[in-house]
Design a protein around this ligand. Sequence first.
Ligand SMILES: [Zn+2]
Length: 64
Amino acid sequence: MPIYLYKCEKCGKVFEQLVMKASEKPKCSKCGSSNLKKLPTTFGVKMGASGSGGSCPTGTCSLG
Ligand SMILES: [Zn+2]
């Protein structure tokens, strides 16, 4: 089942939403607005992976 990341354009809350049907539109769990922006799901993965390193001061060392 696809899980999407949404950001509420109204209050800025970011949340994951499991989408059963493509026609189904999620609502913000905080303010109830349906004005949402879909984010790529890799966003969350990147956040977790970046925490393991951290010795490079510029952030470009891993590139080569
Ligand atoms: Zn909201």
